[in-house]
Design a binder for this molecule. Structure first.
Ligand code: DAH
Length: 339
């Protein structure tokens, strides 16, 4: 038998059988018989091996024609033999599934990771630090005794157990770290801090800080290096050129203490920088010798610098976020912007 005959025979066979099909079950059986892997249709493929090139082409054309025709006929027959109930199920199963939001990491977690990566490039390791700390670590050891007016700068959330509190700043881990490690080191602590404050656009009861601490042999690790490190960090973080301005300021645990400003995104002054072209971004300074001594550091051999800044503030500047309260709001419209 030649191939054309076989194709015609198969076609006639299928049409005849289809004519007798009563219900969906019979139809499915027939469909399987024809289309399964070693079914009647693929039996015909043997001609691909037998025929010569010229004929193979003609056979291929006819074979595809038959296949397409049978598929079409079966589809049509399926439609006719499907019961109402089955049709209903078909519809259900062929509905596009509801799209749902898989979720992602929060902007704070994502950016924390980025910041850790940037500081790694600058030679700083990221260190975990506790959120519940002693009054001594948070205040006394940083030259803020209980009678000192500077304590008022940090509105503290106390814990019932005497002497413990939710850290008001990441600086609270400076002395514990100094005590337990031998210089030289350059580290960052990054994490949540807590303030007992009325919230508004710029204040939140809980936010995140990045603290840097470097202690190395003199004369390395001086203010010049601090300025360079901050410039590099801010340029990598904001992905643009940044000018750094250091202004004298007061933090009891550094001497001299500095306020760090970076050049604003604007050219000629804007409302955001109050037309000063600079934005306040961090506190910093040379670690106070008293603090180093409490950390059992030999201050004749080593010197240190430290800096601290608010993570949310950096992000508000970078992404133009108008209100710090968005970060903890759980509002998906906000969160999805950064997934
Ligand atoms: N801990 C300070 C605060 O929360 C910020 C700060 C200022 C950290 C100066 C430092 C520093 O390490 O040197 O306001």
């Amino acid at each position: 038998m030649n191939w054309l005959e076989e194709i015609t025979n198969l076609r006639n066979y299928v049409l005849e059988r289809l004519g007798k099909v009563q219900d969906r079950k019979e139809l499915d059986e027939l469909k399987l018989e024809i289309f399964k892997r070693k079914g009647k249709l693929s039996e015909l493929k043997k001609f691909f091996d037998i025929l010569k090139d010229e004929e193979k082409k003609n056979f291929g054309l006819k074979f595809n024609e038959l296949k397409n025709e049978l598929e079409r006929i079966f589809k049509e027959k399926e439609r006719q033999t499907t019961s109402r109930e089955e049709k209903f199920l078909d519809v259900i199963f062929s509905f596009p599934s509801k799209k749902f939001y898989l979720g992602s990491q929060h902007i704070i977690s994502l950016e924390q990771k980025r910041i850790i990566e940037i500081f790694a490039k600058l030679g700083f390791s990221a260190i975990d630090s506790p959120e519940v700390v002693s009054e001594k670590d948070n205040f006394d050891y940083l030259n803020i005794p209980s009678y000192h007016p500077a304590r008022d700068l940090w509105n503290t959330i106390w814990i019932k157990k005497k002497g413990l509190l939710l850290r008001t700043h990441t600086s609270a881990y400076q002395v514990p770290y100094l005590k337990n490690n031998f210089p030289p080191f350059r580290v960052i602590f990054i994490g949540k801090v807590f303030r007992f404050e009325a919230t508004d656009r710029r204040h939140e009861i809980q936010f995140n800080q990045i603290e840097g601490l470097s202690v190395v042999k003199r004369p390395e690790g001086n203010l010049g290096e601090l300025k360079g490190v901050l410039k590099e960090f801010f340029e990598m973080f904001f992905e643009r050129k940044v000018k750094i301005r250091l202004r004298p300021s007061y933090f009891p645990f550094v001497e001299p203490g500095l306020e760090v400003d970076i050049s604003c995104f604007c050219k000629n002054g804007c409302e955001f920088c109050s037309f000063t072209k600079y934005i306040e971004i961090a506190g910093a300074g040379m670690v106070h010798p008293d603090v180093l001594k409490r950390g059992k550091i030999d201050t004749l051999t080593f010197q240190g610098y430290a800096f601290g800044c608010g993570l949310e503030r950096l992000l508000m500047i970078k992404y133009n976020i108008p209100d710090i309260r968005y970060f903890l709001s759980g509002d998906l419209r906000f969160i999805k912007n950064f997934s």
